[in-house]
Design a protein around this ligand. Structure first.
Ligand code: ADP
Ligand code: MG
Length: 438
């Protein structure tokens, strides 16, 4: 019995215990001298680790038998060198005893939206998860950043660990694989390393492209792959490119990656992006009107991660401003998001678009008038100029041929009041704003 540090320490602030016995043995193992040695790679804990382990007694005692690695993940009492990385909550206890690396319980097939761009990958993943179909071995999933590869990998793991709790599942990134290998070499524990990696039923390796140019890691992974493959164990890999495009990787390894099924994930189309937004919103209890979802999905077409980021911003903004999520609010937030683009909104542009919309002469923007037909567009232009440019009130009023900054203040108040009582006007302004910031 011994306590060993691993990549997990630095990655998620977790401690792995290779435990062949009971909790008391873990305690025995947790002697200060041994522990001091193992803390080298992290900040030294303020208390002996043995004490820190104690709160997790229930969990540890659930781990039985030999060679089971208990992942004490997300334990806040542990020192962490990087707190930003660990956002995954603890998986349910029922899943922990055979899952050798934590799976994110939120990444399931249920929460995964399927469309043309990812159907093949999804179906293949599901069929492997459902029956460990050995003819898809390995399953190689590739696609651009933020398109759902990691989500799928976790979904497979989660599905199988529910379906067949005895299955030994190991999820990790290729980088973790390498780091653990390096550590094992340094500490002369390679036999253990091999035993661990070659003794599982389902190996999920994320971002395998990472091993490009890393010869020793490739070699070790090659042996791991062969052992598992020969034992008819399932291997699933993800990568940001197809095997052919992984640079400088040993030919034997590349060809093995192509033995099974290769499935790609493409960027989602508009409809799918809308669906993803709605699903994410629903799961977070965010009220997201259809027009807002469509608006965001039209504006953001790069990655799903960015879609999520945008949704989070809109939610934060609406909470902060204590406003419901509306198209107008979404426009403002998105405008802020894209504010870094060089395109600059000028008062002239605002005036032009407003005048155009109301079919009035541009010169009417510069003359104060009592006719409502002309006064309203002028006020709306002031209101939008105030919102969309960084100019001061007195700067703005000059563009409108005035001198008194309270004119702009008055216009803004007027427009806000008018909008509040007039849905048509509100929609008009939303439309005009969209034209200006488009
Ligand atoms: P990758 O590993 O390909 O970079 P991730 O799996 O980390 O991408 O996905 C990024 C984010 O987008 C995750 O939060 C994930 O839940 C979400 N996501 C990706 N694809 C989908 C999908 N088809 N349905 C729902 N959410 C998705
Ligand atoms: Mg990923």
């Amino acid at each position: 019995t011994m306590v060993t540090p691993s990549q997990t320490h630095r990655e998620v602030g977790a401690l792995e215990i290779e435990d062949a016995g009971s909790l008391s043995k873990v305690r025995v193992a947790a002697q200060p001298d041994r522990l001091t040695k193992t803390t080298n790679s992290m900040e030294a804990p303020a208390q002996p680790w043995a004490e820190r382990i104690a709160p997790r007694r229930d969990f540890i005692s659930r781990v039985q038998g030999h060679d089971i690695l208990a992942s004490l993940s997300s334990d806040r009492s542990f020192p962490r060198s990087d707190t930003t990385k660990n956002t995954n909550p603890d998986p349910p206890l029922s899943q922990q005893h055979q899952v050798l690396r934590e799976l994110n319980p939120a990444y399931t097939f249920d929460s995964y939206v399927v469309g043309d761009s990812n159907r093949l990958a999804h179906d293949a993943a599901l069929s492997v998860a459902a029956q460990m179909a050995a003819n898809y071995n390995p399953l190689f999933i590739y696609g651009g950043v933020g398109l759902g590869k990691t989500h799928l990998l976790h979904a497979i793991g989660n599905h199988l660990s529910n379906l067949a709790p005895k299955t030994k599942i190991l999820y990790l990134s290729a980088e973790q694989f390498m780091n653990e290998m390096v550590l094992s070499i340094r500490e002369d524990r390679m036999a253990r390393f091999r035993e661990k990696y070659r003794n599982i039923d389902l190996l999920l390796v994320d971002d395998i492209q990472f091993i490009a140019r890393k010869e020793r890691t490739q070699e070790e992974f090659f042996h791991t792959f062969n052992t598992l493959y020969q034992a008819r164990k399932q291997i699933i890999l993800t990568s940001d490119c197809p095997p052919k495009k992984i640079p400088t990787i040993a030919e034997q390894l590349r060809s093995r990656f192509e033995w099974g099924l290769i499935a790609d994930i493409q960027a989602p189309d508009l409809e799918m992006r809308i669906e993803i937004l709605k699903k994410k919103a629903a799961s977070q209890q965010i009220v997201l009107p259809d027009d807002v979802a469509a608006y965001i999905a039209k504006k953001i077409h790069s990655t799903i991660r960015e879609l999520e980021g945008c949704l989070a911003k809109i939610r934060a903004y609406s909470t902060f401003a204590q406003q419901q999520i509306t198209l107008e609010l979404a426009q403002k937030v998105l405008y802020d998001l894209f504010d870094t683009t060089p395109r600059k909104i000028t008062v002239e542009l605002v005036q032009q678009v407003v005048a155009n919309h109301y079919q009035v002469d541009l010169s009417s923007m510069k003359s104060s008038t009592r006719s409502r037909k002309l006064a309203l567009p002028r006020q709306i232009a002031m209101y939008l100029a105030r919102e969309l440019t960084n100019l001061s009130l007195s700067d703005i009023v000059r563009y409108f041929g005035g001198r008194d900054h309270t004119t702009v203040m008055y216009a803004c108040r007027k427009v806000e009041q008018a909008q509040a009582n007039d849905k048509t006007l509100r929609e008009k302004i939303i439309h005009i704003r969209a034209l200006i910031i488009a």
